[in-house]
Design a protein around this ligand. Sequence first.
Ligand SMILES: C[S@@+](CC[C@H](N)C(=O)[O-])C[C@H]1O[C@@H](n2cnc3c(N)ncnc32)[C@H](O)[C@@H]1O
Length: 294
Amino acid sequence: MLEAHWCQYFSDRIEEGGVPSLLDLACGEGEVLRFADQVFAQRSEESPKAFCCDIAPAAVGMASGALNALPVAADSAALPFADAAVFCAVSQYGLEYAGQAAFFEAARVIGEGGRLHALVHCRGGVVERACGDVAGLLSAVIDSGLFGRMANYAETIPQAAAGTIPDTRARECVDRLRSALNAVGEALAVASPGPAREHVARLVTDCQTLAARLGHYAPGDVSTWIKGQKSDTEAFLYRMNSMLDVAQSEDDMRAVIGRLEAAGLTVEALSVLEAPGQSGALAWVVDAQRGSVS
Ligand SMILES: C[S@@+](CC[C@H](N)C(=O)[O-])C[C@H]1O[C@@H](n2cnc3c(N)ncnc32)[C@H](O)[C@@H]1O
């Protein structure tokens, strides 16, 4: 769906006369630039001078493979480009992370006749719903105390086996671990299929294997593994919560459009990119041009 949208967008720009320069804002690993690369390779003799811009230096490193884009590690709300330096700025689920001012900043760098096209997280849309489900599952894992209980188990059981602590302590920590695994199992049972459910299901299996075969592993490796799993799960939850935070309501989008118009852009009526099967909105579509919209 997203691919079809962007391929159509870039094909239309080629039909209109080409794209001298292209800036992907909050580009992540450069998905939009890869779509552009395909379209320009198939349909145009000339490729744009491309820039991939993201606040994360690792992301721009990866994105720069498409269209031979120049990597720019920068905040989209404070771009290191001169006024009117770019012909076409695009963003997919990106500008909203830098706040509404980033739309105004994108407008600043677009030259006469140039365009801005952004797909924006939509409040109440399918992406927000999916992220909410995933955040619920990952929060259940964190709230269950699984990681702390696993660490406690890994420390306590060898001591109980060596007879240096009473058996009651060992039983207590086994019960606490079991109840955490049960709580996670209940959350898993109602979770939607997808990478988060796979991640958590694998985590549960690995915890069970580790608990059953504790003596086979070096204590330092066990502790490192638990810390790694905890930080992966927290990072995953953080990404989901960030997406929930930046989902924009219709009023938010009207404010964005107001800012773009104030910056001298002509903005197409606000529209929505629908998910397949009428399951809801995938994104708001913002399409604007400096000068008259053709
Ligand atoms: C959901 S990802 C989207 C990435 C990419 N556009 C895509 O569709 O695959 C959001 C991106 O915004 C970036 N980001 C977050 N805050 C930013 C900011 N203030 N300025 C620029 N990029 C930012 C993140 O590093 C991340 O790569």
